[in-house]
Design a binder for this molecule. Structure first.
Ligand code: NZQ
Ligand code: ZN
Length: 391
């Protein structure tokens, strides 16, 4: 196991009516003037936005609304909101939504306190985030895990560059209110895309070259098994509150760093997927359902050990199965599971009828470098091979 420094200071308030604590939490945090960031329509239609606003007003805290954040969020609204924060002396940001809204809130939070340049400097690596406005979250979709992560993902609308930044603690939300009942209104395709995303967050960490990480391996396997069991319960009954609760908490644990302590992590599948969601605006988790099995299939001939171990432990692939074959069976089992949830497993399933693999390879290495070094280093010709397995 490697040495590590893990600080995940987010406070989670989980369960029925958690969102009604927004006002108390904002006041306790010492905020007087909040920017409330939300998405397209869902929080307005369900009445959630009104409930949250009322709770904040009752706590005597002022609110400025900033809505319309779309999935796979882009840079424009971030700049707009940074200007509002400065003009109105905003001292706290509350994100009501999922990864797209929370990541936008994080980018705003960092940009609002950065006066020497544009917030995008953090995403190009020109600057690191040293300070940010504090953030609170009302989570409405368990998927990206942004409620507990220090990361944010934004796309530069000028050139479809989807970039992820990672901070140790600066962008971790101070608190997250998590009411599983809020996720009952999710369309099925968003529910399952979220499930694929959280499974990918665990598997990205499982694919490690660090030896002797039994604890994080076992935490990861346990989480994956719990997610798959709860997902199948939801397929039977999408209104099952308990299954939704288990999925919601798993989404946070999948990505707040718990599964990654003391090991290097992969992240190749996410890098491959970000190219697709930047170009086609596909749902991130649905893209991962296509990418992850293809990556495992590719690894069968290159570095099959961990994919094989994963399959033996979570898909009951017999112990004596050689690594290469076990890795191929793991890829098949993942495709089978995702298909069972009605997720796509090919480009066509994502609505991409004529995949442009040379373009994806160009964008992948433009954004992520050459070689891309994860669990197995990728050079352009190999990147093309992985994308070809998604046809
Ligand atoms: O915009 P509205 O109308 O609210 O609709 C949203 C959106 O269309 C809808 N939705 C959310 N909660 C709902 C609901 N509909 C009905 N009822 C509810 N309770 O769901 C749609 C998707 O929302 P989005 O926020 O995009 O989902 P998700 O949480 O999957 O976030 C995806 C984004 O997060 C990034 C992804 O790349 C993508 O841009 N990621 C962020 C990470 C991080 N910050 O740590 C890590 C991830 O790997 C990921 O890359
Ligand atoms: Zn993800």
């Amino acid at each position: 196991m490697q040495d590590f420094n893990f600080w995940a200071p987010t406070r989670y308030i989980f369960g029925h009516d958690a969102e009604l604590k927004t006002g108390i939490m904002a006041a306790q945090s010492g905020w007087n003037n909040i920017l409330l960031v939300y998405g397209g329509q869902s929080a307005v239609k369900s009445g959630l936005l009104d409930r949250v606003r009322k709770a904040i007003n009752e706590a005597g805290v002022s609110v400025t609304l900033f809505g319309g954040i779309r999935p796979n969020p882009v840079d424009g609204p971030v700049r707009e909101a940074i200007a509002i924060c400065r003009e109105k002396n905003i001292d706290g940001i509350i994100a009501v939504g999922g990864g797209s809204v929370i990541d936008t809130a994080k980018a705003i939070a960092a940009g609002a306190l950065y006066f020497e340049g544009d917030f995008w400097d953090f995403f190009t690596g020109k600057r690191v985030v040293e300070a940010a406005l504090p953030i609170g979250v009302v989570l409405t979709i368990p998927a990206a895990g942004s409620e507990g992560s220090g990361n944010a993902v934004i796309t530069d609308s000028r050139n479809s560059q989807k970039i992820s930044i990672r901070t140790e603690y600066q962008l971790r939300p101070k608190w997250a209110l998590m009411n599983p009942a809020l996720t009952l209104s999710l369309p099925w395709h968003q529910t399952v895309a979220g499930i694929a995303d959280m499974m990918a967050h665990i598997m990205e960490r499982y694919l490690t070259t660090t030896p002797d990480v039994e604890v994080t391996d076992r935490i990861s396997e346990g989480l994956l098994m719990a997610i798959m069991k709860s997902a199948l319960k939801l397929k039977e009954n999408p209104d099952d509150y308990e299954a939704r609760a288990n999925i919601m908490w798993s989404g946070t644990l999948a990505h707040n760093g718990t599964c990654g302590c003391g090991r290097n992590e992969d992240w190749t599948s996410h890098a491959l997927e970000h190219v697709l969601s930047a170009i086609y605006d596909v749902t991130h988790g649905a893209g991962l359902a296509v990418v992850f099995p293809a990556w495992i299939q590719f690894l069968a001939d290159k570095a099959p050990e961990k994919p094989a171990m994963l399959g033996r432990r979570i898909f009951n692939i017999p112990e004596q199965t050689p690594d290469r074959e076990a890795a191929l069976l793991t890829a098949d089992a993942l495709r089978g599971f995702f298909s069972q949830l009605d997720l796509p497993v090919t480009f066509a399933g994502l609505g991409i009828e004529n995949p442009d693999i040379p373009l994806y390879v160009e964008y992948f290495h433009r954004d992520k470098g050459t070689p891309y070094v994860g669990y197995y280093p990728l050079y352009p010709e190999e990147t093309a091979q992985v994308y070809a397995l998604m046809k």
